[in-house]
Design a protein around this ligand. Sequence first.
Ligand code: KIV
Length: 246
Amino acid sequence: MKGKRRVASLTAYDFPMAAALDAAGVPLILVGDSLGMVVLGYPDTTHVTMEDMEHHVRAVARARPRALLAADLPYRSCLDVPRALQNARRLVAAGAEAIKAEGGVDILPQVKALVAEGIPFLGHLGMLPQRVVVEHGYRIKGKTEAERQALLADAKALVDAGAFAIVLELITAAVAREISAAIKIPTIGIGSGPHCDGEILVTTDLLGTSPDYIPKHVKKNWHMREQIRSAVVEWKEGVEGQPPGA
Ligand code: KIV
């Protein structure tokens, strides 16, 4: 799709959402480990297990989307080649058609092993949510020359290892633009400015049902949490408005 059509990608965690995204023609659906925060109530993605991912990949795959269905390797599931292969195979058995993992040159042997096994690989660079504890929070990447060079080297290494696209999360717009121009595969941005080859959002951020807050890069929030509350209140008042035993 690079240079032809921008990639508009969204996350799904269950059957009805996957069916809705597919009906809207979304070409790439990700069962992201954001699942942990926006669906399972964990404080961050480091609590997400392989079992959590398998359960939700199965639910999404049951919608049989025409979209390419990618799934995240969760925290510590990609530490070495044997673990990456074993866990990626589990997600593929659950219905994933592509695998995403966070990292660049640090996970190249794992990426090469997955690609050699015929598993399409989606990269993820920039702010890496699975590193939130060691990095003490979520921070925009690419602000220093050292970070810029490291991000470019990571992106080029992922291309050489066989990745088919790379998610760029919370990278400065200038560096995201530079990476997008430097590599032949699509970059899919999230909070990384307008110059990537596509964009991905956590669907509950777009709809407004994420529990804590909606990130700044979400331009329009559909406030569905408030719509759900109003629907429930209206229904509840209807039930409670009837005389008891009527
Ligand atoms: O887990 C996730 O939802 C992600 C985002 C980049 C979309 O990785």
